[in-house]
Design a protein. Sequence first.
Length: 302
Amino acid sequence: MPTDIRTFDLNLLKALDALLDERSVTGAATRLSLTQPAVSGILTRLREHFDDPLFVRAQRGIVPTLRALDLAVPIKQLLAEIEGMLQPQGFDPATATMTLNVAATDYALRVVMVPFLSALRVQAPDIRVAVMPVESERLPIQLERGQVDLALVTPASAAPDLHTRLLFDERYVCLMRGDHPDAGGEQLSLDRFCALDHALVSYSGDPFSGPTDRALTALGRARRVTLSVPSFLVLQDFLRVSDLIAVVPRKLANVTSGLAVLEPPLEIPGFDKIAAWHERTHRDAGQQWVRALLFETCDALV
């Protein structure tokens, strides 16, 4: 028999959403502040309403059926809309006490988050911000579950079902210590560029190769990378105490003091930096205001 909306308890959908996220009756019970038997009873009612097992036992926890997976996105959207409907209208940043969870690389931390947080502290001093590393494989589920509200990533790291907005496009420059023997000009020759020892930042994959090396290969040339580090911020310290040079994003070089900036002697493809967020926060007034401030901050970057 079809379920009648007049007799359907919408709280069951909240439980189903928790079960889909946690894939565990125990985990869902903890999240909902209910006992495990209570959640088991709710699951029985859900199975009756949808005429489907919804979940089957697995070696670890429970696994959703195809019917449950089909319900996952519509239920999450419906709950978000109901939550938004129940919230008071309007948003006052001066009195807001929300917590914003942002996933960002160390590059985005320095280039984007520093000026953004400076503006945020002035306009919304009681908004708390938690910044965490970007975990590309986990990012979709983190956004879906509300563990991340906003991600500062490249387009390749954003799932197609996310909302995105281009923050800026970035290109590369050469960076070296201010009194480096080659710091006097505006641009290195390609021969000199290839002869010097290089440092690069690698978050994953080949630690000694990147976009610069692919561009050099296309020209039949190569460079010698002698240092690979996982952070742009620590890279600056190595450059200050050595004759190493590095190819870095221009906006990062612009906010780095005490180092010389030169144009690279070849074309190196840049990248786009975007903001990505989930449908669950798309219509939230506070999140909309935060995103608008972020976009305004990025529009002012040089």
